[in-house]
Design a protein around this ligand. Structure first.
Ligand code: CIZ
Ligand code: SF4
Length: 306
């Protein structure tokens, strides 16, 4: 986009946010120009915590639907807007409330941990949600020998490798963006950038996390990279994080696996969509009160851990 247009649009968004008493939250995987105008850029855990504590009357959530739902459940008195109502998470859609109810019935008494990448209906049936930043701590906190975990089998496998004392029973969901990374791609990147450490997200397949130098959530990648001595780092997660990495660790070179690692849903939201949502107060997220009330506990337990 032309620089003058970008600046004018950014200024318009900030002015509208002021007029509407709105805060703008952007996920770490959002486009750079959307991150640039946000009040808060973070992972799901940070955005959920900030939503619960928000003082503004409107929250604009530049991300995907489950993140906006999470904000609404934790801050029911706020108006929560999502600039693209069609931005979903294919992984979250891989388990429905009905499917979870049937699965639970097969394992009476076994606690349920669900990745925050799930629908409000699924959260209603969940004991504790987790994000990739606190998943291991959440499962450990239950002190249960058995746990039902979903929807991400890769994250579940990763947690199980850290907690051998827990029998993790896994739902067969996955993130299409992270799950399609191959070992060959990672090895190619290593050959092209000798000596550069590989940091991978736990949504990647087990052969990728096993080959990585560190397995980290996005917030952990930002901290790890800032503290690392490496001049060049290979990043195996959605490419939007490169924006934050370059900011968190200026002077380092980050090698992404784009175009393979783009999440089309995360990339839907452009600045003009954020502007339109604020101008028209459109894209309001509605979670029925009885669903929100029943789902809230699983999210509050999540935000209290890690
Ligand atoms: O938890 C999140 O925000 C996601 C989707 C990834 C991460 O590791 O932060
Ligand atoms: Fe869902 Fe994967 Fe996109 Fe995240 S990157 S929103 S888990 S599809």
């Amino acid at each position: 986009m032309d620089v003058a247009i970008l600046e004018a649009l950014s200024a318009e968004v900030r002015e509208l946010a002021r007029e509407r008493d709105a805060v703008i939250f952007a996920h770490n995987y959002q486009r750079a120009e959307v991150q640039a105008i946000a009040d808060v850029v973070g992972d799901s855990l940070e955005l959920a915590r900030r939503a619960a504590a928000a003082e503004a009357s409107v929250i604009v959530l530049a991300g995907v639907r489950f993140m906006a739902e999470t904000a609404k459940i934790l801050a029911p008195a706020k108006t929560v807007l999502i600039p693209r109502t069609d931005a979903g998470c294919p992984m979250a859609d891989m388990i429905t409330g009905e499917q979870l109810a049937a699965w639970k019935a097969e394992y009476p008494g076994v606690p349920v941990v669900m990745y925050v990448n799930s629908s409000a209906e699924v959260k209603v049936l969940t004991d504790v949600c987790c994000t990739s930043a606190n998943a291991v701590e959440v499962v450990r906190s239950l002190g249960s020998p058995k746990v039902l975990f979903g929807p991400d089998r890769n994250l579940g496998t990763w947690i199980a490798s850290k907690l051998p004392e827990v029998e993790m029973i896994l739902w067969d969901g996955y993130c299409p963006t992270h799950d399609r990374v191959t070992l060959e791609q990672v090895e190619d990147a290593r050959r092209q950038h000798p000596g550069a450490p590989v940091i991978a997200h736990p949504e990647c397949r087990p052969e990728i996390t096993a080959a990585a130098d560190a397995v980290l959530s996005t917030s952990q990648m930002l901290r790890w990279s800032a503290a690392s001595d490496a001049e060049e780092i290979i990043v195996v997660t959605e490419s939007g994080l490169l924006t934050g990495l370059e900011k968190a660790a200026p002077g380092k070179r980050f090698v992404g696996l784009a175009p393979a690692m783009l999440c089309p849903n995360m990339k839907m939201t452009r600045l003009d969509h954020v502007r339109d949502a604020l101008r028209d107060m459109s894209g309001e997220i509605v979670v029925p009160a009885e669903v929100a009330d029943a789902a809230r506990g699983s999210l509050e337990r999540m935000t209290a851990i890690g």
